[in-house]
Design a protein around this ligand. Structure first.
Ligand code: CA2
Length: 148
């Protein structure tokens, strides 16, 4: 069973590894993307790993997943806490969605405790650093298999 999974990353995640290593670790996003692609090969999943700083681009990619992917892993960055547009797009997509955060958003500032994404996600992973991406792909593999 093969399938494409979109791994979508929101604003400022392109800065990983360059600043704030105490919160987000020392790995850059390119390295995390490479690890995701390798994990995908082992699980027979094609990982389409992307990052944008723009909310509307994330909405476009979520809509694209309706026909172009079997599931979405998304780290929406700060849009997690603000975006009704991303909530609406994920609600409409009709595919499994895993919300992912590198940091434990519940152990941080109060404004990070609310997510517009969690109510429309199949599951949520947070606080496990880059390993969370690999765990999310493993969970997504099972979610996709359960639907086919
Ligand atoms: O923990 C996560 O993965 C977050 O989604 C990361 C977002 C943050 O706004 C969320 O509350 C939690 C921030 C993205 C990364 O921001 C950086 C800023 C400067 C340097 C490195 C990363």
């Amino acid at each position: 069973m093969t399938g494409t999974v979109f791994v979508l990353n929101g604003p400022n995640l392109n800065m990983l590894g360059q600043r704030e290593p105490g919160i987000y670790g020392g790995k850059g996003l390119a390295e995390i993307g490479e690890e995701c692609r390798k994990a995908g090969v082992k699980s027979d999943l094609t990982v389409d790993f992307r990052q944008t700083n723009h909310e509307g681009v994330l909405v476009d990619w979520i809509q694209e997943a309706a026909d172009g992917a079997e599931g979405i892993v998304i780290n929406p960055g700060a849009y997690t806490h603000t975006s009704v547009a991303i909530h609406d797009a994920l609600r409409a997509v009709g595919k499994p969605v895993i919300e992912l955060h590198l940091s434990n958003i519940f152990a941080r500032e109060a404004f990070r405790h609310h997510s517009y994404v969690s109510p429309v996600a199949t599951g949520v992973i947070c606080g496990l650093g880059p390993a969370g991406y690999i765990l999310a792909l493993s969970a997504m593999k099972q979610l996709i298999a359960a639907r086919s």
